[in-house]
Design a protein around this ligand. Sequence first.
Ligand SMILES: [Fe+2]
Length: 295
Amino acid sequence: MTRRKFLVNGLRAGVVLLGTKGVYNTSRYNLELRRVALLVPGLPSSFDGFKIALLSDIHSSAIVSEGLISMSARMCMDEVPDVIALAGDFITGTNHVGGSGKVGMEKGAREYIQRCANALSTLKAPMGIYGVLGNHDFWSGKDAVDTICKSFTDKIGVVWLRNKNFRIKRDAQSIYILGVDDHWQRSCSLVDACRGIDIKAVKILLSHNPDINIDIEFSKKKIDVVLSGHTHGGQIVFPFIGAPFLPSTSGQKYISGVVKDGTRQTYITTGVGNNMVPMRYNCPPEVAIITLKSS
Ligand SMILES: [Fe+2]
């Protein structure tokens, strides 16, 4: 077979595969539970086995059903997590032209926010539910951001980590959970998020975009674990080729799973929903359960 024929046949096979009803229908609803254990040097012994459920990129919209979001909440609660982390992109915004903080709210956003908050209303965690905002939340307008924050705090008591930190105590020991505004926003501040924390303390940073690692490297701050989403794992991932579109300035480095930068570990979830097109390929959505280990 000539090289040209091989490429043409490959392209045809790809088109057929993408058009297959089974792929289209099942992949984006095939929510997987991913359990990940992270060995964290210096983790206080009382936090050995500390379980964090990570939900991200829900993208409540016309192409992400309330049923899928509810299912993610059920899977999360079945694991009985100590803490729940919500890593942003609750809805899908398109108003990135003109920057963040635009007053007003995109059409339909209020309904999708309420749908998302209702679907996640069963979430409960003894040590708290923490949230950060993603680029799409900001792109939905300032009123949308305010509505997301209020709805989730009223319904499930989310503590928003907008460049803030929270001390989690267990017995006489403690760790910190920190959060930043989306990395693409001017309001993102790792310095503010770290303010007041002992330099040696174990820090878990919640950042929608894993590219926050660039800021961490630059600042030389000691962050032990970063929990992120944003990339959707590529959402559409071709065999041999990979993900043709990944919204990251770090290339494919932070596509999904555990990435190590020295002693710092980043977990990037593929997320719950989908964006742009109502499909996933070779990249199922997930609920991630991160268990911290001291040894
Ligand atoms: Fe997203």
